[in-house]
Design a protein. Structure first.
Length: 75
């Protein structure tokens, strides 16, 4: 994951229970680390979704024919 190059102080009112759960789930030592990892995860997930959508659109536009050999797609 990318490391922050510029840090600024921000003040948020956040649910402390959610931060603690994220901290445990992400194996973060501090609350700040947990929040940064969660943000990195959200950014990475968005990028994966964007790339998947682009690939799907290229696949559909390619005109390839898909055969339903198991008969599970219906239609």
């Amino acid at each position: 994951m990318a490391t922050a190059t510029k840090r600024t102080h921000k003040h948020f009112q956040l649910d402390s229970a959610k931060i603690k759960r994220a901290q445990r789930a992400l194996h973060a030592k501090t609350e700040t680390e947990a929040i940064e990892r969660a943000l990195d995860f959200a950014i990475a997930e968005h990028e994966k979704n964007r790339l998947t959508l682009e690939a799907t659109e290229r696949f559909v536009k390619s005109g390839i024919e898909i055969k339903d050999v198991y008969g599970t797609l219906g239609g």
